[in-house]
Design a protein around this ligand. Structure first.
Ligand SMILES: [Zn+2]
Length: 167
């Protein structure tokens, strides 16, 4: 790695410390309570799709999908909003083949993406919030999901690529 590249990375981390971290922390504090509505694992078999009524009137869908449709991701959020108008259903997709504990966490993670109103920190900020906030409510789920990620070579590579590309 060149010295300039290293300086750029350090500069970005410094920028984060100066501005984004405070925004991220504020976003987390504001949104800590929002997940309580989804706390019960509404699909006990982890396979039956769900429709959840959020407090702002939106209907959020949870759909359980086959591994091959989502891998290497454990889940995915589909939200199509143009000019503030929703043009498709808002769906949290969760992989069927995961363990029950990981499925529950991925469900909270993807649902959190759907209700996250903060824009701070870009991709990293969004992922930080969607892991940290559900993780505070379900630490074992977070740990199980990290463990499942580390055991999945394809996922480790995906994260390494994303981190590399973001600098
Ligand atoms: Zn995510």
């Amino acid at each position: 790695m060149s010295l300039n590249k290293l300086k750029t990375i350090i500069g970005k981390i410094n920028d984060l410390e100066m501005s984004d971290i405070l925004n991220i922390a504020r976003g987390i504090r504001e949104q800590l309570g929002t997940l309580t509505e989804f706390e019960t694992f509404a699909s006990p078999d982890g396979e039956t799709n769900e429709s959840l009524h959020y407090k702002d009137g939106r209907v959020l869908h949870v759909e359980y999908d086959e591994r091959e449709n989502l891998a290497p991701f454990f889940g995915q959020t589909i939200r199509c909003v143009i000019d503030g108008e929703l043009i498709e259903r808002e769906v949290a997709h969760v992989r069927k083949d995961l363990s029950k504990r990981v499925k529950r966490f991925v469900r909270s993670h993807e649902l959190f993406h759907l209700i996250d109103e903060s824009q701070s920190g870009g991709w990293a900020g969004s992922e930080l919030r969607a892991n940290l906030i559900p993780g505070l409510r379900d630490p074992l789920g977070l740990i199980a999901t990290i463990k499942a990620t580390l055991e999945d070579k394809e996922r480790v590579q995906l994260y390494l690529d994303r981190i590399r590309n973001s600098f």
